[in-house]
Ligand binder design. Sequence first.
Ligand code: ARG
Length: 246
Amino acid sequence: RMTTLVAAPALVLALGGVAFAEKTYINGIDANYPPFAYVDKSGKPAGFDVDSMDWIAKKMGFKVTHQPMDWDGIIPNLLAKKIDMVCSGMSITEERREKVNFSNPYWNVKQVFIAKKGSTLNADQILKGKVKLGVQRGTSEAEALQKDKEAKGYGYDLRFYDSAPLAIEDVLNGRIEAATMDNLPADDAAAKGKAIQVVGVYGDPEDFGVATRKEDAELLKMINDGYKLLMADPYWEQLKQKHLAK
Ligand code: ARG
């Protein structure tokens, strides 16, 4: 009797270590959003958000895999349980909060207008002129630009893209004159030699957070606790240097 009582927990512990203690969560990513999430040359998910969540998972004792998918359908996929979280450059917005929970903010971005290098366009001309303006579908900036166009009578002609890099390509080949996106992917593209420049700022700054299903309070707590540890760890500075330093 005594032995079974003692042995059982030890066995559970031993098995748990390899088999069932570590739950696997799937992080849905937009793999066309460097430097936050992308697919590297070997086809592996990479980026600031991917590295951050890998570190947090390890620290907090869960497993995470990163599943590339269309940005536009990422919240429906979260609600349908195809994925368990979105740690992929997602702005915390009131609209999204109605459907999902967000972690504490981990990054702050501003939204910018970009145009071809050497362009003389400015934010005022983009808003009030008849500029062809690209934006990624399903983003907070797409939503805000549509709202502002109606509410403020802005003149731009919105063109929708599946990713920020596709909008950048069309700015470069002249199909559109400008695009709106978060500052970091724009800076990242410019740093990689794309002949674009930031010509203005749009709207208010936004915070990035990790989205989870509302009922997944346990996961959300692990993510929040994990970020707290990460931000206090030297690895946080290294991550910023690796992915976000310009
Ligand atoms: N601020 C935008 C949003 O949250 C950026 C989205 C783009 N991020 C991404 N991973 N595609 O809607």
